[in-house]
Design a protein around this ligand. Structure first.
Ligand SMILES: Cc1cc2nc3c(=O)[nH]c(=O)nc-3n(C[C@H](O)[C@H](O)[C@H](O)COP(=O)(O)OP(=O)(O)OC[C@H]3O[C@@H](n4cnc5c(N)ncnc54)[C@H](O)[C@@H]3O)c2cc1C
Length: 407
């Protein structure tokens, strides 16, 4: 096949733009279905697995672990994961805390905490070895052109690619979303998430702690101990912009002091390891996830507050559904880029994504309100969750990425 200028076009079944967590995972799933896939990323793969590029960890739910298992990478990932067995919620003014124990829903844990860089390394490695996938990075996309039968991509270095289906997995500022004119809405939270890894004296007992404060939540999640037995946790500290800038740039000594104070010496002495990183927080949601021969997944379609550690987990649910829909389409001999197939994917994902978008946004707002009668109402709400076991169990299962209504 040649383009208008008579130059050779490389043809695929699917082109995925974005080789982050979601793009790489989807590429593996599609490759396993026997599809011929190109996964393109603007950045150098080595840079993405450099520890100084991303020091974050990610909470992987049970539901996401099933998607990683399906694409064949879970056994490698879980080796380095730290199981979350308990979750503790603390309201700023509440004497009582809310505890969730995974045993209450007969599970060994709520999920796992895994290093972002380690996960990317496994995904990149598996994609590079897959015979049905061309992982092309760095690749600069210049033009995306739709025809009835194909989507054509022109690269900044003059490459020409085409496919039956294009997937936008290119994150919050999605180029695919803009070029394919899929409208979205969103706002900034005016907050910064300060992230870092700490060492501490006392054990974390595999407990994730979320302390809701008027300016945003402070979360500490358990990491595996280092070989020398030192306890480690990963921190996501949501702060107003100015306070975030201050704590990102202050001396390590002052930072360690502020951190110990915030943690009320629960872990004894705490110490920052490595650097601190700040992420401006915002929300967005696309009005739809599909256009001609195009589908959006994960952060390209929806970006939420990290308050519940569910952003990537939501993206993994998109991937699970898209793989199911494509598998059925292939079995029925349907065109995988057709409107019928893609609208089925969109229909199956809109409600779940909308619920999580609204849920995390409301949660962030509710805990920021300082109006006393409202604070009382909030405390009753939190206590009600603790005292109504079916509601508590349903919430726990939803956070795990499982159906809230199963027993
Ligand atoms: C502080 C913080 C903590 C979080 N904690 C959690 C958590 O505990 N659990 C959880 O589930 N989620 C968490 N999240 C959310 C999670 O990090 C994101 O949902 C996830 O990274 C989205 O993955 P993605 O692959 O969709 O997008 P990204 O990770 O943004 O990847 C997009 C990829 O596309 C590439 N790209 C972009 N533009 C182009 C282009 N034009 N051409 C080619 N390539 C392009 C980029 O280089 C990148 O590799 C957290 C987020 C933050 C900010």
């Amino acid at each position: 096949m040649v383009n208008k200028a008579g130059l050779e076009i490389k043809k695929y079944d699917v082109i995925i733009i974005g080789g982050g967590f979601s793009g790489l995972t989807l590429a593996l799933g599609m490759g396993n279905l026997g599809l011929n896939v190109a996964c393109l990323d603007k950045d150098e793969p080595k840079m993405q697995i450099d520890k100084s590029h991303d020091i974050r960890t990610v909470a992987i739910s049970n539901g996401s672990s099933h998607v990683f298992e399906r694409v064949g990478v879970w056994q490698k990932m879980v080796n380095r994961g730290c199981l979350i067995k308990k979750i503790e919620i603390i309201d700023d003014n509440m004497v009582k805390k809310l505890y969730f124990d995974s045993q209450e829903v007969k599970k060994s844990g709520f999920g796992w905490i895994i290093d972002n860089v380690f996960m990317r390394e496994i995904l990149q490695d598996s994609v590079k070895k897959h015979k049905n996938i061309d992982y092309i990075a760095p690749f600069g996309v210049e033009v995306i052109e739709n025809t009835n039968e194909l989507v054509k991509i022109t690269g900044k270095n003059g490459e020409f690619l085409a496919s039956t289906l294009l997937v936008g997995a290119d994150g919050r500022q999605s180029f695919v979303r803009k070029v394919q004119k899929i409208r979205s809405f969103g706002w900034s939270y005016g907050q910064t998430a300060l992230t870092c890894v700490i060492e501490h004296e006392k054990p974390h007992d595999n407990t994730a702690i979320e302390h809701f404060l008027p300016y945003g939540p402070f979360a500490s999640v358990p990491m595996c101990a280092e070989k020398n037995g030192v306890y480690r946790s990963s921190i996501v500290w949501t702060l107003e912009k100015a306070a975030g800038t201050d704590l990102l740039s202050c001396s390590e000594e002052r930072f360690n002091r502020a951190l110990s104070e915030q943690m009320n010496r629960r872990f004894g002495n705490v110490r920052l390891i490595g650097k601190r990183q700040g992420f401006p927080l915002s929300f967005h949601h696309a009005y739809g996830y599909v256009a001609t021969r195009t589908a959006l997944i994960a952060d390209a379609a929806h970006g939420i507050h990290p308050i519940a550690g569910q952003g990537l987990n939501l993206g993994m649910r998109d991937i699970g559904v898209l793989l199911d829909v494509l598998e059925t389409a292939l079995r029925n001999g349907q065109d995988i880029g057709s409107d019928t197939v893609l609208s089925c994917y969109q229909r199956k994902r809109l409600l779940d994504n909308t619920l999580m978008c609204v849920g995390t946004d409301v949660l962030n707002s509710v805990f920021r309100i300082e109006f006393t009668p409202f604070k009382r109402l909030r405390q009753w709400g939190v206590m009600a969750v603790g005292h109504v076991p079916p509601l508590k169990r349903a919430l726990m299962r939803y956070a795990m990425g499982l159906s809230p209504f199963d027993r």
